[in-house]
Design a protein around this ligand. Structure first.
Ligand code: ADP
Ligand code: MG
Length: 335
């Protein structure tokens, strides 16, 4: 427990704004403690810690992501979108490991106890949690700037999971879905551009779809995998560094959605696909002969964008000629 001085109704009364004098206990009881149905949760919310039953023949996979108002979502963003996003970015990490999600814990730092906000936040969070049978088993609730941390646990069969390392020279480099949409959606939202033609892009930013089923399929087939959160070039560079290899990609092969192509100039669309973040698609490498199998069985389109090479770093080709890559993705600590 943290921030004891701020706990309870006495402290709430001093707060400006629409505080409804909910204490920490009320918040948890009203919005987060729900009856679960997972047999592997032996003790959930309400005690000092949760007790889980990860089966012995499996490996436990853990991921945690923090999202901060003004950094990962816009100030004043819809609370349901924030709840959804907090879990979606974590599920995307589990997808990239080939894991099956099971449990989550939630650390919530809130400027005030706003019932309407909490209700929407919980609705967004649980809508996605229920889709993947992920049970909330604990967390922490404190007062502070709006920051949401979710930790997700899941499992893989003990013999194999996916990692960033492992790509081999000659492997096909593939991505799921389309790239650049989320960054385009963010720019649409920021600039206040209206119109149905941008709806798909907005949605792609606000409601990323974790590629859980694809990750599970790739588990035994892909030589390396990660999710694309910081932008293709940045993330592919990491995958190459982890594998001690290089990559060559062809700009013409980048999967661009119709909405992106129609809403943006070609050059900008390509730039967004190469360097824009927040797509949460899977980036993976497979031995060339496995490509057909994967592409045919996936629940999302798969596109080969290039090939793993010897050496290091990412080379971009246009019409077969190397081009200088555009500036790369987001780094929280880059000046
Ligand atoms: P402690 O004082 O032992 O740290 P808390 O009073 O902080 O416990 O929490 C009580 C229970 O509520 C614990 O089971 C904790 O995991 C759970 N909990 C607290 N905040 C949240 C939250 N935001 N979401 C889910 N469970 C929470
Ligand atoms: Mg305790």
């Amino acid at each position: 427990m943290s921030q004891k001085a701020h706990k309870g109704n006495d402290a709430e009364r001093d707060l400006p704004g629409p505080s409804l004098h909910l204490g920490e206990f009320d918040i948890i009881a009203r919005y987060f403690a729900r009856a679960g149905s997972r047999g592997d949760v032996l003790l959930g919310i309400g005690d000092d810690a949760a007790v889980l039953d990860p089966k012995l023949d499996r490996r436990l996979v853990l991921a945690m992501d923090t999202i901060v108002e003004g950094v990962h979502f816009l100030a004043g963003a819809d609370a349901a979108d924030i709840g959804y996003r907090a879990l979606a970015v974590n599920l995307s990490d589990l997808a990239a490991m080939g894991a099956e999600p099971s449990w989550m814990s939630l650390s919530l730092s809130l400027p005030r106890a706003d019932e309407r906000w909490l209700e929407k936040f919980a609705a967004g969070l649980f809508a996605l949690a229920d889709r993947y049978s992920v049970e909330l088993v604990g967390g922490d609730t404190v007062r502070g700037p709006l920051v949401v941390t979710v930790q997700v646990g899941g499992w893989v069969e003990s013999d194999r999971w996916l990692e960033r390392r492992g790509a081999r020279e000659g492997d096909a480099i593939c991505v799921s879905g389309t790239l650049g949409d989320a960054a385009a959606g963010l720019s649409v939202i920021r600039s206040g551009r209206a119109g149905d033609r941008y709806e798909h892009l907005r949605e792609r930013f606000l409601r990323p779809q974790p590629r859980i089923a694809l990750g599970r399929r790739l588990r035994t087939v892909a030589s390396a995998a990660m999710d694309v959160s910081d932008g293709l070039l940045t993330d592919l560079t990491k995958l190459c560094a982890a594998g001690g290899c290089g990559a060559r990609i062809e700009i013409e092969r980048l999967p661009l959605s119709r909405a992106l192509r129609e809403g943006f100039e070609t050059e900008e669309a390509e730039q967004l696909a190469l360097a824009g973040g927040d797509d949460y698609e899977l980036l993976f490498t497979v031995p060339a002969e496995q490509l057909g199998v994967i592409a045919g069985a996936a629940d999302v389109p798969i596109t080969q964008i290039g090939v793993i090479t010897a050496g290091s770093g990412v080379t971009c080709l246009r019409a077969g000629q190397p081009i200088a890559p555009p500036s790369t993705g987001y780094d929280h600590f880059a000046s």
